[in-house]
Design a binder for this molecule. Structure first.
Ligand SMILES: [Zn+2]
Length: 188
C-alpha cells in the first residue's frame, strides 16, 4: 500500500524532529537536556552561553558539606563567589589548581585563596587539566568546561552534572591523589 504524506509532514519528520530534540545552547537560560522521563541523574550543558556557569553556581548553592575542586584555568567570578559563599555557610571547600595559575594575571584562584579557602597548586604534571567538582560526595561536575568567562561566552565546551555517589567516590579518590602532591597556594 502506498502511503502518501504531504511534503511538509515529511520535512517535519526528517528535519524538524532532530531540531526539536536539539541542544541546550539554543535555549534561553540553558535548559538542560536530560536522560529521560523519570528523575534523570544527569544534566548536560553546552557552551557558549548554554548555562554551564549557572549550572555550576546552582550546584554550589545546594552544597551542604563538601566541595572538592580541580581547575585548570579559573577566572569565573560567579563560580569563585559561589565557592566562597559555600565556604561561609560552613561547607568544606578545597581547591586544586594547575601551576599556570601562579603566573596568570590575577585569577579566581587568588580570590578564593585570599578568602581563606584551602587552595593548592598541582605542579606534578605537564598540565593539570582536570575540570572537576565533587559536591557532598554525591554529585560530580566535569567536562571540557573550564571555570572561566571565556569558556562560558566564547568557547565550544560541555559540562556534565552527574548525581552518583559511586562515581563521586572515584573522583574524590583521584582528587586526593593529586592533593597529596600539591603545594599550598596563598594567592598573589
Ligand atoms: Zn597531580
Amino acid at each position: 500500500m502506498n502511503i502518501r504524506m504531504p511534503w511538509q509532514a515529511m520535512l517535519a519528520l526528517f528535519v524538524g524532529l532532530p531540531l526539536w530534540m536539539g541542544c541546550g545552547e539554543s535555549r534561553a537560560g540553558g535548559t538542560p537536556q536530560s536522560a529521560g522521563k523519570a528523575a534523570p541523574n544527569w544534566e548536560v550543558y553546552f557552551s557558549p552561553k548554554g548555562g554551564c556557569t549557572e549550572a555550576v553556581v546552582r550546584a554550589l548553592e545546594k552544597a551542604k558539606t563538601s566541595v572538592l575542586v580541580q581547575a585548570y584555568s579559573f577566572t569565573s567570578a560567579p563560580i569563585a563567589k559561589a565557592l566562597v559563599d559555600a565556604a561561609r555557610r560552613g561547607v568544606k571547600v578545597e581547591v586544586l589548581l594547575d601551576k599556570s595559575q601562579r603566573t596568570e594575571k590575577y585569577s579566581s584562584g587568588d580570590f578564593v585563596a585570599h578568602e581563606g579557602i584551602p587552595t593548592r597548586i598541582d605542579a606534578a604534571h605537564t598540565i593539570a587539566h582536570n575540570k572537576v567538582m565533587v559536591i557532598d560526595g554525591a554529585t560530580v561536575l566535569t567536562g571540557s568546561f573550564n571555570f572561566t568567562k571565556a569558556a562560558e561566552e566564547h568557547n565550544a565546551e560541555n559540562l556534565l552534572v552527574i548525581r552518583d555517589p559511586v562515581l563521586s567516590e572515584k573522583y574524590a579518590a583521584n582528587w586526593k591523589v593529586h592533593a597529596a602532591h600539591s603545594e599550598p597556594y596563598s594567592g598573589k
